[in-house]
Write a protein that binds this ligand. Structure first.
Ligand SMILES: [Zn+2]
Length: 121
């Protein structure tokens, strides 16, 4: 049996039903949780990624792209970053990636007047 979202093979006992899909526990939690930018979420998301990819400390293509933009710009607001990425990445996807990057100590948020600027760690 396979998770319909990440395609990882799962035991029947681990399988979770969500909106008619069979999901592994991580994807199930993922589907249930609204995006949070607090650290427990980042930990979960980084761990999920490591578990699913089998690689440690490797960035996803989108995370590398985000970091490249942060380095190029030296600091950028999330909204501007999202525009630069120009993909179908939603704001909540982006927040999740940023939270994961922060957990990996690759990127950090800094308050700049009224706005939050993301920059390389
Ligand atoms: Zn899954």
């Amino acid at each position: 049996m396979r998770c319909e979202r990440c395609n990882q093979s799962i035991n029947e006992s681990e399988a979770r039903e969500h909106l008619g899909q069979t999901l592994c526990e991580d994807c199930y939690l993922d589907a249930l949780s609204p995006v949070r930018t607090c650290d427990p979420w980042a930990v979960h998301s980084a761990k999920t990624f490591e578990k699913h990819s089998g690689r440690k400390g490797q960035l996803t293509p989108i995370q590398s792209e985000i970091l490249a933009i942060l380095e190029q710009s030296g600091g950028i607001e999330a909204a501007a970053l999202q525009a630069r990425l120009g993909s179908e990445l939603t704001e909540s996807d982006l927040q999740r990636e940023l939270a994961a990057l922060r957990h990996m100590e690759k990127a950090r948020a800094q308050k700049h007047g009224q706005s939050i600027i993301w920059r390389p760690w």
